[in-house]
Design a protein around this ligand. Structure first.
Ligand SMILES: [Zn+2]
Length: 427
């Protein structure tokens, strides 16, 4: 029997184990924010991977955003050395999940198995992917104990809130340096036959318009910052949004609507602060002297971040020409450059072949509309040989009644296991 046949058998034999592992992970509610139970899930993974012969390290991201004694940012990195020198394949999964939200018909932390699907917050994004990678590694070790190189599996904090207490911290500490790790697979839910090469860029900024406070019955004695902001929004509608729709990318971004530049207005706040719900009084009549808008601009690999910023500045200058008292500030809040791994990169080639061999159809290449931890591995770790590949269905992420299919996890575990054979087995 060939090595890949034996691997397929070893994965299939672990079906019940895979289900139980996924359920256990879902039952540890690692909500972020605030960042609950990171230590508990890291200790669980420590026991599991320690029993499979991995050396483990628990790493707290001291001082990272969000880290506190009440909500410490714990991460785990597990490494299993092979019998011979070689390259290291790293599977990175985030261990945090987003808030539950409304509309669930199952217990979000119950891990219920129904009709071949496991339900729960994080089932799809991405505890199912983490479980599949562990099963893949364990099945590979069972059939190929004398491999060359090393396998690493990490469970990291805070991906949902930017990854600063997780992958970014580990990358700063050298865990993703090209000397240590040569191939990275992030089992994010991108569908089991798709390889995600990277993501678009992000530019977040806050625009503030200034005015002058006065009595609301005599607005002509003040200067309304909200009207100034209204002019900014109107100018965006007439010139910026149509221009963004014209910018198309050659990146294979999914879904289709994200193949262009986009801009979201996250929030606008102007004038008096809103009172608590239990306040029963009326608002006071004042002309707003400040209005703040947060924008979320997603940009393409063909665009330059300075041009992205300049477009917004141009809108503001245009408005300023028309409005005598217009004054404003722009504060950059966050920036991430787009990243896209080459299709010729070794990890892409190997996983694409494993998908074709396992599922009998060619892999599809995609790029994510939003960012994920690849950004830190690329920019801080300087590691370009990185993809996202995992079993969950992308559209279910963050939704009520999120689930992961058991067969999907098994299929993707076979793909991951075959990739390990291609990269680490000695022939
Ligand atoms: Zn995710």
């Amino acid at each position: 029997m060939s090595l890949t046949d034996r691997l397929d058998e070893a994965v299939a034999a672990r079906r019940e184990d895979l289900i139980a592992l996924t359920q256990d992970l879902i039952r540890i509610p690692t909500l972020n924010p605030p960042g609950d139970n990171y230590l508990e899930i890291c200790e669980y993974l420590d026991r599991r991977l320690g029993a499979s012969g991995f050396q483990t390290e628990l790493v707290r991201a001291y001082g990272a955003p969000g880290d506190s004694d009440k909500h410490p940012r714990w991460n785990i990195v597990a490494r299993r050395e092979g019998a011979y020198p070689g390259e290291c394949v790293h599977f990175n999964s985030h261990i945090d999940v987003v808030e539950v939200g409304r509309g669930w018909t199952t217990d979000p932390f119950g891990g219920e198995l129904k009709d071949g699907k496991i339900y729960g917050r994080g089932a799809c994004d991405m505890k199912g992917g983490l479980a599949a990678s562990i099963i893949a590694a364990e099945a590979f070790l069972a059939v190929c104990p004398d491999f060359a190189g090393a396998i690493e599996i990490s469970g990291t904090a805070d991906e949902e809130s930017g990854g600063f207490g997780g992958v970014a911290y580990l990358a700063e500490k050298g865990f993703f340096s090209p000397e240590r790790v040569q191939h990275v697979i992030i089992p994010e839910p991108l569908n089991k036959d798709r390889i995600c090469l990277g993501h678009r860029g992000v530019w977040w900024a806050e625009i503030e318009t200034h005015g002058e406070i006065a009595h609301g019955s005599m607005p002509f004695l003040g200067d309304c910052a909200v009207r100034h902001m209204g002019a900014v929004v109107a100018e965006m509608e007439t010139s910026l949004f149509p221009a963004l729709a014209q910018k198309r990318t050659d990146m294979p971004v999914v879904p289709d609507g994200a193949k262009q530049s986009t801009l979201n207005i996250n929030s606008i706040h102007g004038g008096e602060n809103e009172q608590e719900d239990d306040y029963t009084g009326l608002p006071a009549p004042c002309v707003p002297d400040s209005c703040r808008m947060v924008i979320d601009r997603r940009f393409l690999i063909e665009e330059d971040i300075d041009e992205v910023r300049e477009e917004v500045m141009q809108i503001l200058r245009t408005v300023a020409e028309r409005r005598a008292t217009f004054s404003y500030d722009v504060t950059e809040l966050h920036r991430v450059l787009p990243t896209m791994t080459e299709k010729s990169a070794p990890v892409v080639q190997v996983v694409a072949k494993a998908i074709a061999d396992t599922m009998g159809r060619e892999a599809e290449y995609v790029v994510s509309p939003g960012t994920y931890d690849q950004k830190h591995i690329d920019r801080i770790g300087k590691l370009k040989n990185c993809i996202a590949y995992g079993p969950g269905i992308l559209d279910l992420a963050h939704k009520p009644d999120e689930y992961v299919g058991v067969d999907d996890m098994l299929d993707s575990a076979r793909v991951m296991g075959r990739s390990l054979i291609a990269l680490l087995a000695r022939d």
